[in-house]
Design a protein around this ligand. Structure first.
Ligand code: FAD
Length: 578
């Protein structure tokens, strides 16, 4: 915490972080005619938001309504109540469900770059349809956009993840990913997606298009709105600490700019949107047993700065043991790659170091890693876990971004990402798992797969499990693993970012342990303890709340400024009349 003193710059509202939460709050307060400045630590804008799939869990939003989804806010609240656990203020849950449609409506009317910019994907289910989630899903996605609209700033957009990038200017959206998997079973669907990709390559070549999809599209659209509104965004300006006055009110931030300390006065409020502690290994080791390496997919700038700065002015924290867990494989250069469709394919099963299955492989990524960490905590190593597949599955599926038909990269084997053997017992020896145990698990799995029912872990029973599965099998999630050679891929407990942090109320104000609000300090996104608690409601369940509480915070800040200016006007007129 820094003390009051001379300031280098003055504005009404300082927003710390240029991800989804930061940009949305800045747009709201700008609309209320307040001066706002966004400061960003990275040389890029967009944070993890720009790396993301660009989905928002947005029940009852214009895009879901346009798509024809009839939904009820009460059912959404009941679903969340059932899954989020007991560390979440139910007032925040209600507020989220009430505000998310309003936020989305406002966003879509705000700027030509955001008009009708979201699309509902029918049939990408909520993650727990069996506990009240909607089987058709409540996720909406940002539509693709030509990034050339950013002009020179195109090079300042945070790069996306490798997995979603295709060569020669081809691109795929989250919707297309499922269609792309149809290359597995050929026919008309395969031809259609290949023609689509060829058309996109042609346009990129002839017209120079540079289409941004998913999180790249969301961050581009928000950045264009910020630019049109004339809101300044300073890159390479990390906040170091918060500045408070004698009464404990937050009045600004101490940052670094051009290599020297730079103090910014916030006349009305500071909004923290600096993301999670994704790459702060020290903090994570302290709170998250089992996490002793950096497996996070989050933006490199997310090192918990906002959480620590908030704590230093008295903020409470919660859910520090949690993250948006997501299993990853590690490429030879060490970079993590998220693993979702692979776990829903039929010809694979996943074991721990004892050679035993420990979870429904196809379960939502959060639940998968939670089971991996809980299992690891029992003393049996689950890190890495091993995904066992056979040659048929290898030849049929897209695995770790590798398309069927091309040879396995030798570097994968050399780096230990995958091991290969002609028999299951030989494979077991290679990965250090007891051969008898792995053979027994293999035999049991094949027996269940032949019957088409996973009596042990219920794989394939949830609509979620089947989304990326292979519908050409009687049970799209199950088929025997019986064509040699066999392969074992190593899986680590990664994440999309952390989700524990500053405790906030339903108005996005940052709270102390005693429940009182820290004056003029607001926060949203991964710098806060998530309204989703220990769960992940459905696709977009991190960005949906991040943007919604940024919207709420923006409105609260505008209201507080209004109140303050009314008070000032009243006291001025009292003085004049006195
Ligand atoms: C591969 C991947 C896919 C994902 N897919 C989805 C999805 O489809 N749907 C979904 O809901 N979620 C998804 N997520 C998660 C989602 O992207 C994040 O939870 C979300 O973007 C968090 O938003 P935020 O605004 O809180 O933080 P960010 O978008 O991470 O923004 C935080 C910003 O703050 C900056 N910052 C940090 N410290 C400072 C400092 N001291 N001073 C100034 N700036 C600072 C950071 O550099 C960063 O730019 C995905 C994440 C990843 C990595």
């Amino acid at each position: 915490m820094a003390k009051l003193g001379r300031f280098d710059h003055e504005t009404d509202v300082v927003v710390v972080g240029s991800g989804g939460a930061g940009m949305v709050c800045a747009l709201v307060v700008d609309e209320a005619n307040l001066d706002v400045l966004i400061i960003e630590k990275n040389a890029y804008f967009g944070g993890s938001t720009a790396r993301s799939g660009g989905g928002l869990w947005a029940p009852n939003s214009p895009a879901t309504v346009r798509g024809g989804l009839i939904d009820s806010p009460e059912e959404v609240v009941e679903y969340l109540d059932r899954i989020v656990g007991d560390r979440v203020d139910r007032g925040r849950v209600r507020r989220y469900v009430d505000e998310v449609p309003q936020m989305m409506r406002w966003l879509e009317q705000l700027s030509p770059h955001l008009r009708d910019a979201f699309i509902w994907i029918r049939g990408y289910p909520d993650y727990h349809p069996d506990r009240g989630g909607h089987p058709l899903g409540r996720g909406v996605w940002a539509k693709p956009i030509d990034k050339r609209l950013l002009g020179e700033e195109i090079n300042r957009l945070h790069p996306g993840v490798k997995r979603m990038s295709l060569p020669l200017g081809a691109w795929i959206t989250s919707v297309d990913l499922r269609k792309l998997l149809a290359v597995r079973w050929g026919g008309l669907r395969k031809k259609r997606i290949l023609v689509t990709l060829a058309w996109r390559i042609l346009r990129a070549r002839l017209l120079g298009e540079r289409i941004g999809v998913s999180g790249q599209a969301l961050a581009t659209r928000l950045r264009l709105a910020i630019r049109d509104a004339g809101i300044p965004l300073w890159l390479e300006t990390p906040m170091q600490s918060l500045i408070v006055d004698e009464a404990g009110t937050v009045v600004g931030v101490e940052a670094e700019r051009g290599g020297r300390p730079f103090r910014i006065h916030a006349r009305v409020a500071v909004f923290l949107a600096s993301g999670g502690a994704d790459h702060n290994l020290e903090l994570r080791r302290r709170h998250q047993p089992g996490i002793d390496q950096d497996w996070s997919l989050g933006s490199p700038g997310n090192t918990g700065d906002g959480i620590l700065a908030g704590q230093s002015v008295g903020a409470a924290v919660e859910l520090m043991d949690e993250a948006w867990w997501h299993p990853v494989m590690r490429l030879p250069d060490g970079s993590p790659v998220g693993v979702v469709p692979e776990r829903q394919y039929p010809g694979q099963f996943i074991v721990n170091a004892a050679g035993r299955r420990f979870v429904n492989e196809a379960s939502p990524y959060g639940n998968f890693v939670r089971a991996q960490l809980d299992g690891h905590a029992t003393g049996v190593s689950h890190i890495p876990a091993w995904m066992i597949i056979d040659h048929r599955a290898w030849r049929r599926n897209i695995i770790c971004g590798h398309f069927p038909g091309s040879p396995m990269p030798r570097s994968w084997v050399e780096a230990g990402l995958v091991h290969r053997a002609d028999s299951i017992s030989e494979l077991a020896t290679k990965i250090g798992v007891p051969p008898d145990a792995l053979e027994a698990t293999w035999a049991r799995f094949n027996e269940l797969a032949r019957r088409g029912v996973d009596e042990d872990f219920h794989r394939g029973e949830s609509a979620y499990d089947r989304y990326y599965a292979d519908p050409t099998y009687p049970n799209p999630n199950l088929c025997p693993v019986d064509r040699s050679p066999f392969y074992a891929f190593s899986l680590f407990p990664g994440d999309l970012g952390t989700k524990g942090g500053l405790v906030t109320d339903a108005n996005a104000r940052v709270l102390r342990d005693d429940g009182t609000a820290i004056e003029a300090l607001y926060a949203s996104g991964n710098v806060t303890a998530s309204v989703m608690g220990v769960e992940y409601a459905g696709p977009g369940a991190t960005l949906g709340p991040a943007l919604t509480f940024a919207f709420v915070a923006g409105k609260q800040i505008a209201r507080s400024a209004d109140r303050a200016s009314r008070d000032n006007a009243e006291s001025a007129s009292e003085q004049a009349s006195g």
